[in-house]
Design a binder for this molecule. Structure first.
Ligand code: ATP
Length: 366
């Protein structure tokens, strides 16, 4: 039985959103994302759930039974903050909630837009906002995250650790197809069409898994002759991303490489506090979360950047068909960045709440 903690807002009951702020800075940034959606007048009904470390420590329950099925049945989307707390060293609750949602709800496409709002945010010289507008599409349910493997002869000099990397044809094909569909149907911020899909792997070393990705990529690409294709080994991709990220458009890759390159990409757009993401399954309840984690060292201090969470809320509204409301929020964040009405990580002097309030006021008056 899944109990809602509270209904935090009810504007007009069109889209039902489950809000799970979670732990650490998640509890600080998600209220700011909620404020922005309310200010935009989005037709949403928000219901909050108190899943996270506090609840786990109190009752040793990570996820109430039947919760994922209920989320999929009763909500149009889920907005998540972050999970992870030093009082739960195993972070078992984080794993069961996040990986559980991704795998049990089969949210197979992790979509991470990489956009530069202002040149001052990019550590690379000479990169302007028009130069950095790509998206990483990360496989979200397979790879090395299934915790398959084991340890043999633990604690002895002969100890062996084996970690399996799972790649199914179904999983590889659907994420690659998703990337081509994304490319075919989405435009860049300044309006031009997206044109190319780059697949990244390490097929020179991981020949079996990489071989499958290579074959499937070629097969699916043949169905989209209008879309250019590229391939890069993931090490070369990392180097190119910091040397000159201008040529990237849509990048598709596996779960672990996607995890790594999206943190690198977040660095290009102003740091973890600026990056948004969606965990999607077409036509089904999808989950949206900022790229950052719970950041225990800065939690509870009103210094976390709320813009990643606010932009995540905008991404969710766009996904739910509220493009106008999403645009209002993005424009307000852009103004905040330009006017340095931000937290210190991106050069401003405001606290989490104050930066969130500035954006919400800007949205209200737009
Ligand atoms: P996870 O593995 O859960 O993604 P992590 O430990 O890799 O988490 P985060 O928790 O995201 O990483 O944060 C790492 C550091 O990045 C933080 O300690 C903080 O310094 C910085 N950081 C992350 N998010 C923000 C934010 N929203 N605002 C400001 N700084 C942030």
């Amino acid at each position: 039985m899944m109990e809602a903690c509270a209904t935090v807002a009810s504007v007009s009951a069109t889209k039902r959103i489950a809000v799970i702020a979670g732990d650490g800075i998640g509890k600080e940034v998600i209220p700011q994302a909620v404020k922005a959606m309310e200010a935009a007048g989005a037709a949403v009904e928000l219901t909050s759930f108190d899943w996270g470390a506090d609840r786990y420590l109190a009752g040793k329950v990570t996820v109430p039974s039947g919760a994922f099925a209920a989320l999929a049945r009763d909500f149009d989307a889920i907005l998540v903050g972050a999970f992870g707390d030093p009082r739960v060293p195993s972070n078992i609750h984080a794993k069961e909630i996040l990986l559980g949602m991704r795998c049990q709800m089969d949210l197979f496409a992790n979509v991470r837009p990489v956009r530069l709002m202002d040149a001052s945010l990019c550590p690379l010289k000479g990169i302007e906002p028009k130069d950095l507008d790509f998206v990483v599409i990360r496989e979200n349910t397979e790879g090395v995250y299934g915790d398959i493997g084991g340890i043999f002869k633990q604690g002895t000099p002969d100890e062996v650790a084996i970690q399996e990397d799972v790649n199914t044809r179904k999983g590889v094909e659907r994420i690659i197809r998703y990337a081509f569909e994304y490319c075919a149907t989405n435009r860049k911020i300044e309006g031009s069409a997206r044109r190319s899909v780059l697949m990244s792997d390490k097929s020179n070393a991981m020949t079996h898994a990489g071989g499958l990705w290579q074959r499937v990529f070629k097969e699916v690409a043949a169905e989209y002759p209008q879309i250019e294709t590229q391939h890069m080994y993931v090490d070369a991709l990392c180097m190119q991303m910091v040397r000159d990220p201008r040529g990237f458009d849509v990048i598709v890759t596996n779960n672990m490489f996607g995890d790594i390159i999206t943190d690198l990409a977040a660095g290009l757009q102003g740091g973890l506090g600026m990056a948004a993401s969606g965990n999607l399954r077409p036509e089904k309840t999808s989950m949206f979360e900022p790229v950052h984690g719970s950041a225990p060292p800065i939690a509870g201090k009103n210094i976390a950047n709320p813009f990643g969470a606010i932009l995540t809320a905008a991404m969710m509204l766009g996904h739910l068909g509220m493009a106008g409301e999403a645009q209002k929020i993005e424009t307000a964040v852009l103004e905040a960045v330009r006017q340095k009405k931000t937290t210190a990580d991106i050069g401003g002097k405001l606290g989490t709440r104050e930066a969130g309030e500035w954006v919400a006021e800007r949205v209200s008056s737009s």
